[in-house]
Design a protein around this ligand. Sequence first.
Ligand code: NAD
Length: 362
Amino acid sequence: MAASGNGKVRFGVIGTGMQANVLTGPVLKNPHTEVVGLAEIREGVAESFAERHAIHPAIYTDYRELLAMDGLDAVIVTTPNYLHAQIAIAAVEAGKHTLCEKPMTTELADARAMVAAEKKADVRTMVGYTKRFFRGTRFLYDFLRREDLGRVYHVRAFYFQSWLCNPNAPTVWRLEKEKTGTGVLGDLGSHVTDLSQHLVGDEITRVSGMMKTFYPERPSLDDPEKKQAVEVDDGVAYTAQFKNGALGTIEASRNATGNPDHWRVEILAEKGAVIYDSVDRRVQLSMIEGPSRHAGWVDLSVSAYRYGEEGFENQNEIDHFVECIRTGQTPTPTFEDGLRTERVMDAVARSSLAGTAMDVEA
Ligand SMILES: NC(=O)c1ccc[n+]([C@@H]2O[C@H](COP(=O)([O-])OP(=O)(O)OC[C@H]3O[C@@H](n4cnc5c(N)ncnc54)[C@H](O)[C@@H]3O)[C@@H](O)[C@H]2O)c1
């Protein structure tokens, strides 16, 4: 599957900001890869990125030139959200295996176009839903498939950060509608929407959502003396109906006082309930019947679980993508899997705007 003479998967990274740094370490640690090219529009940024990672890739300002370079096998798309679809589609059409960051796009139609491109090409695609690659959530996914907890009643999930509690935090691209699409819904809500549907193994079909901008203007990044309008949500809360009848309650906020980075998912079912919490990384179980029912909530021992290493979820994610490229297996989640989450987020945004519940588009 790899095109290079040494059998390694040759990667290009498009957009060399924060997340590119997070993912490139694991790419370089994987024994079957190398990074051969970077694309970045900010002057000097790709050069310092290369220096930081002690690599010597070709450097381009136009991602199309990177895609045209000889021997490139795969790309990681880590630009702001509004560029994901055009870059990912160009990459897939150029025959490159493509890991695109979340959220997939700023418009549902563009996510559908990514899936259409994926279907036509013989490449592996993946969306960066990293929460699937935590030891605890992977354990939970397997546990829920091994043990029958019966009918699911409730799915509760949140993803909270607190960096926007500061009213003087400036308007970075994540707060500009044109570049980000939705605000915290796409940024953090997408993670827990994906995780909820993934763990339960079912789809959300109807939602009722509310999105809130707590600070409608903030200092401009370019000129802190000037105020700039914030057009996207700081906080979102939505209720959801799953196809299997379960009821979901999902929240995300970047104004979550006391929660620098905290997410959690709870699945409350007929025979028992399970929780994963990102702060203490515990998986807990409570059963209705059997001896363990006397224990209330018990910790499940994840330490013996043979999957990756605790705290190395980005490595697990990259290793999975590389393994799929090398073996031809289908990664999780593909663009098609990611579209499920985009469809739900589209319905939440429509619902919030209309002030009424909305069906998720097929
Ligand atoms: N999976 C996760 O847990 C996770 C975590 C953080 C960020 N992300 C996602 O990663 C993406 C990037 O986020 P970030 O925090 O790294 O942002 P960032 O602003 O730090 O980096 C984005 C980079 O893209 C560059 N860029 C912009 N336009 C470009 C173009 N046309 N060609 C090449 N480069 C271009 C920018 O100059 C910048 O260096 C976002 O979609 C974000 O949602 C995912």
